[in-house]
Ligand binder design. Structure first.
Ligand SMILES: [Zn+2]
Length: 224
């Protein structure tokens, strides 16, 4: 698709939405600031705000391959700071997904590209849980468990982040949770239940990558 085709597509979209009311889609023009920071994966096209029943303007979305929440990623840190300190969001959601291309790539031999540096944390998770993963039949099933374990690791990264710790210490209400999305049914599986304090975060950190939570689909809270 050329740039002109994108512009033409945008004109068609905006014209269609004007009839359907942009306010219905985006939320009221004078609405409150966003309330959720969504940390998702680049190759998951499920729309975050739709998945949790919010308007688009309620959610700040940060995406990277394999939904990383790295303390070395300046763009992520700037987004986290904006969301936590300026918007005073109430929830951080780390969302992995099944059938993730980045996770599948981490199961292949390294080829020396920059991407290998980015997905090294996935390989580290796989090394740490080698026995568990070896007992799972099928690459697809193994990849899905790696997605779940990675969500857990990224939640740990978020709750260890000084920006989040500072928010809790000054009494800001902030919950951090981890989920995995399925493109097949659109449901979110809860991997890490909401953590809303340093004490709750410490309990997760003590278990570290050894923990593994498998729960049935859990509907996310809806707004209004
Ligand atoms: Zn992915």
């Amino acid at each position: 698709m050329t740039t002109d085709a994108f512009i033409e597509g945008n004109l068609r979209w905006a014209a269609g939405k004007a009839e359907a009311s942009l306010e219905v889609l985006m939320g009221p023009a004078n609405a409150d600031p966003p309330r959720v920071l969504w940390i998702g994966c680049c190759d998951c096209q499920l729309p975050p705000h739709d998945l949790i029943g919010l308007h688009a303007q309620d959610v700040v979305v940060y995406k990277s391959p394999a939904n990383m929440a790295s303390g070395h990623d300046l763009a992520f840190l700037a987004t986290l700071e904006l969301a936590v300190e300026r918007y005073r969001i109430s929830d951080v959601i780390v969302c992995g997904h099944y059938d993730c291309a980045a996770v599948r790539a981490s199961m292949e031999p390294q080829d020396g590209h920059l991407f290998d540096h980015w997905i090294e944390p996935l390989r580290a998770v796989s090394r740490a849980r080698e026995r568990v993963l070896a007992a799972i039949a099928g690459d697809g099933a193994r990849a899905n468990v790696i997605s779940e374990l990675n969500v857990r690791e990224q939640v740990i990264g978020v709750v260890r982040n000084p920006l989040v710790r500072s928010a809790w210490r000054r009494g800001q209400r902030l919950a951090v949770r981890g989920v995995v999305a399925s493109k097949r049914d659109g449901l979110l599986r809860e991997i890490v239940a909401p953590l809303a304090s340093e004490k709750e975060a410490s309990a997760l950190e003590r278990n570290g990558a050894a923990g593994e939570v498998r729960r049935p689909p859990t509907p996310m809270p809806r707004r209004k």
